[in-house]
Write a protein that binds this ligand. Structure first.
Ligand code: NAD
Length: 501
């Protein structure tokens, strides 16, 4: 793909996109990127907003079902050649992609800020995560000798067998808006390592960083047609999920949409992985380092303005430290800087999301739920989708504030007396994505991590996610795992070949 696509004159390079946005120019974005070429979408118009200002920074027309078909065909044509590449060839491309992204670090971070409203530090962490993910899967391809074929030890002399790990085919990858480039990298890098070709649908709210990322991926040497993009909302997503050419769908988004995606996949037995919602717990034990506990509670609930599937928005505190912890938490939340250049917390993504969060705030008010802490919006807060962070106390266990994913800067605190009770309260949720435990007692840590129903338990640790580990949840938080070798295997079929010796 050229820096400036010659067919339609779309700006696609991160440097050009970032400089256009810095100058206040409105971006005219493509509706699809198929076979390395951008094209206008034939569907409905979407405006792309900067959540800090609430104003449009660009627009695009959604990809139609016909364009989804064209993208699927391009992925199908590219499949035999990419699937046949040996692991070292895949490693070379994945490592080149990581290097190319690293060179464009600053511009990509700027695009995350403009299209997602993230404070600078959070945007930079996202870009580093993307680089590390491509580098990790490059290393997996380079070092894992049994990535494609493995000799099996049958324990008998008369037979021998091999396990072949084949790319499952062309795959549909659908991602949300809260960590757009990161979720994309977790899927794209793993699928490429597995030998799959791709049709990716970014969120209609955050297409800019993904477009820039795709440009870099092509510049780094990925052959055209291996990665195709279709931009749009639910209609485009539905056309992609139901396309018979998509052997697998890997979806990240809300549980509600995940159910619809799974139902559609079931019709044609397409493979499916789902990374869905959460309502996770942070447990503060009596022996916790309270400074650390407050730090983890604030970052766990308010990073990315609380728009994290892994938000630990249910904070459980052991009786004897409840008063001390909550008074420190109150001070920390009131000190959060919302908006402005040195902000700790940015805006939420859209007017719709803001309205949804304010609905929960209104419900809490109507039900007389006590506010433990509320941040404030300075007078010079920009005109975008900002909301002050809030913590509520004594929330009944069946109240929507406690049970539903709010996806905004709203947290709840409750007391517990015993470790067993903390685990029971934490597990009393339809979700099971993550949990955090803050304790200086290793036995308490073990009791909790053994008992918690969550795909990842952090002990005294911030929400670090290393690409060689795993990501995914129990219960209605999804099916399957991303990252690590398992994340790559999720894009492969196993074929056993057994013969007489
Ligand atoms: P969403 O479900 O509304 O949309 C997610 C993506 O699916 C978007 O690209 C959207 O356009 C597309 N889509 C919508 N309807 C579709 C349909 N019927 N068929 C196919 N595609 C469709 O979610 P969102 O509001 O963009 O994101 C927020 C949600 O994502 C939250 O619930 C959050 O917990 C979840 N999330 C989960 C993880 C995780 O790893 N578990 C990570 C990030 C976000």
């Amino acid at each position: 793909m050229n820096t400036r696509d010659t067919q339609c004159q779309f700006t696609v390079a991160p440097t050009e996109l970032a400089s256009a946005l810095a100058q206040g120019a409105a971006l005219s974005l493509p509706g699809a990127l198929i076979n390395g070429k951008c094209e206008n979408g034939g569907g409905g118009q979407h405006f792309v907003l900067d959540p800090v200002t609430g104003s449009a920074i660009g627009e695009f027309h959604a990809a139609t079902a016909v364009q989804v078909e064209k993208a699927a065909k391009a992925a199908a044509r590219a499949l035999p050649s990419w699937k046949a590449k040996n692991r070292l060839e895949r490693a070379r491309v994945l490592r080149a992609i990581a290097d190319r992204i690293e060179q464009a670090h600053d511009e990509l971070a700027a695009l995350q800020r403009h299209n997602n409203g993230k404070p600078a530090g959070e945007a930079e962490v996202d870009v580093l995560d993307v680089i590390n993910t491509f580098r990790y899967y490059g290393d997996v391809c380079a070092n894992m000798k049994n990535l494609q074929v493995e000799d099996l030890d049958l324990g008998v002399a008369s037979y021998c067998a091999q396990m072949h790990y084949e790319a499952c085919g062309s795959v549909a990858l659908i991602v949300p808006w809260n960590f757009p480039m990161v979720t994309t990298a977790w899927k794209v890098a793993a699928a490429l390592a597995a030998g799959c070709t791709i049709v990716l649908k970014p969120s209609e709210l955050t297409p800019v960083a993904e477009l820039a990322l795709a440009n870099l991926i092509h510049e780094a040497g990925l052959p055209p047609g291996v990665l195709n993009l279709v931009f749009g909302s639910a209609d485009t997503g539905r056309a992609l999920v139901s396309h018979p050419g998509m052997a697998k769908v890997s979806f990240t988004g809300s549980t509600e949409t995940g159910v619809a995606v799974m139902r559609e996949c079931a019709q044609r037995m397409a493979r499916v992985s789902l990374e869905l919602g959460g309502k996770s717990a942070l447990i503060v034990c009596a022996d916790a380092n309270l400074n650390l506990a407050v730090e983890l509670a604030v970052s766990g609930a308010f990073c990315n303005a609380g728009q994290m599937c892994s938000a630990t928005s249910r904070i459980l505190v052991q009786d004897s430290v409840y008063d001390e912890f909550t008074s420190r938490l109150k001070a920390a939340v009131e000190a959060l800087k919302v908006g402005g250049p040195d902000a700790n917390m940015g805006p939420v993504i859209s007017a719709r999301q803001l309205e949804k969060i304010l609905g929960y705030v209104a419900r809490a008010h109507a039900d007389n739920i006590p506010v433990l802490a509320k941040g404030h919006l300075p007078e010079d807060t920009p005109p975008g989708f900002f909301i002050a962070p809030r913590v509520y106390a004594d929330v009944p266990h069946d109240h929507p504030l406690w049970t539903e994913e709010i996806f905004g800067p709203v947290a709840c605190v409750r007391r517990f007396s015993t470790y067993q009770q903390a685990v029971q309260i934490a597990n009393d949720s339809q979700f099971g994505l993550v949990a955090t435990v803050v304790t200086e007692n290793s036995e308490a840590a073990k009791t909790m991590s053994d008992g918690l129903q969550a795909g990842l338990v952090w002990i005294n640790a911030p929400q670090m996610i290393f690409p060689g580990t795993s990501w995914g949840g129990f219960k209605r938080s999804g099916i399957g795992r991303e990252l690590g070798v398992a994340g790559m295997r999720a894009y492969q079929e196993m074929k056993q070949v057994l013969r007489t010796a």
